[in-house]
Design a protein around this ligand. Structure first.
Ligand code: PMV
Length: 358
């Protein structure tokens, strides 16, 4: 079994390059079985699985320069952003035990997202994944003998320390994070590609993201996760998620779209039910979130299509549908759902295959 120890690296001073620069593009992901509730250090209370996305990504360049003062400069979309520094600094502090050589460098981080900054789409998963990959490229330069598997596994391990769901933003198209008896090699420490052959019904699956509310969330996911401690339904929820993952694993292999819809929508509503029943309670859905859900249910009943929805920790709705039904679903989205989006904004995305070095 892989343990934290396997990810500790020690490099001798004279093998470190003076300068290096790496650029990675890392995707966002949307969970089908939700991770909500963790213990330290960023270990999930249940296993989760997500579709890796394609159009929503973060592209990050890190320029490393050997230096005695390991300072960080951050540019977001070409503008220097000092308020991004604490988050990156915190990430570095969490990972430096595993990549100690990074403390020998000053870093210039240049980052941008493919999606608008204030879209309500969390950039922490793709952002932390892209940063982790840049760190791993430096490790690979120092130690070229590391295998490709180790490279991506450790990138996921490091990304997880930045933001839990970032562990699932390295590879694609389906990634499991969290130990699960039915998923070989699954681990709480890093994401693993779904190990089984996926039925063609789920190839090129679409995710149209309806931007219902682009504002800052009232309750951050850090606070939300913490409220799962002492939550009256937490233990049941963690068990349920693991059971749902076992069911979904079969569904993904058999192509049973009806069961897929049932599990995925139930997971989305259960995630929000955990928020509604936290103490203090909170609601991240907006009236238009519910309008969209009702419209999807009505359309599905009328057309017998396999369109469904999921939600992340916010008001936006991810509308999921198979490649075969994209014309009819797209038409429905444009004609009937876009009006519920803030400024009619939405993003057409689909399942992707993981991060790429640029
Ligand atoms: O990675 P975090 O701490 O932002 O948590 C993400 C939680 C959800 O998006 C709601 C669910 C998930 O599994 O991605």
């Amino acid at each position: 079994m892989t343990t934290e120890q396997d990810f500790i690296f020690t490099a001798s001073e004279n093998t470190l390059p003076e300068n290096a620069s790496f650029t990675w593009k890392a995707p966002s992901n949307i969970a089908l079985i939700k991770y909500w509730g963790k213990s330290k250090p960023q270990l999930p209370k249940n296993a989760s699985i997500s579709f890796t996305l394609d159009a929503c990504y973060t592209q990050t360049t890190v320029e490393f320069t050997k230096s005695t003062n390991a300072d960080i400069t951050v540019y977001f979309e070409e503008q220097q952003k000092d308020d991004f520094k604490p988050k990156i600094q915190q990430f570095i502090n969490r990972i430096k035990e595993y990549v100690p050589f990074i403390t020998e460098y000053s870093m210039i981080v240049r980052t941008r997202n493919s999606f608008p900054h204030s879209s309500g789409i969390a950039s922490s998963a793709s952002g932390m994944a892209a940063l982790a990959l840049c760190m791993m490229s430096l490790e690979k330069t120092i130690n070229p003998t590391i295998s490709e598997d180790y490279f991506f596994q450790k990138a996921s391990f490091l990304a997880r320390l930045g933001s839990g769901s970032a562990a699932r933003s390295i590879e694609g198209p389906l990634v499991v994070w969290g130990t699960h008896p039915e998923i070989k090699n699954s681990s709480d420490l890093f994401g693993e590609k779904f190990p089984h052959k996926v039925h063609e019904n789920f190839h090129n699956f679409h995710d149209t993201i309806l931007l219902v509310d682009k504002g800052e969330k009232q309750v951050s996911s850090t606070v939300g996760h913490n409220l799962m401690h002492n939550h009256p339904f937490a233990e049941q929820r963690f068990k349920q998620a693991n059971k749902n993952l076992a069911k979904l694993s079969k569904v993904l292999q058999t192509g049973d779209l009806k069961s897929f819809i049932h599990i995925v929508e139930s997971e989305a509503l259960t995630l929000h039910a955990m928020m509604l029943t936290s103490d203090p309670y909170f609601i991240l859905m907006k009236p238009n979130t519910l309008e969209i859900i009702q419209k999807i249910w009505k359309f599905r009943a009328e057309t017998e299509t396999n369109i469904c929805f999921t939600l992340d920790a916010g008001a936006n709705v991810h509308v999921l549908y198979p490649e075969k039904e994209k014309e009819i679903c797209n038409k429905f989205i444009v004609n009937e759902l876009i009006k519920y989006c803030q400024n009619q904004h939405y993003i057409c995305d689909m399942v992707g295959f993981g991060a790429k070095q640029i």
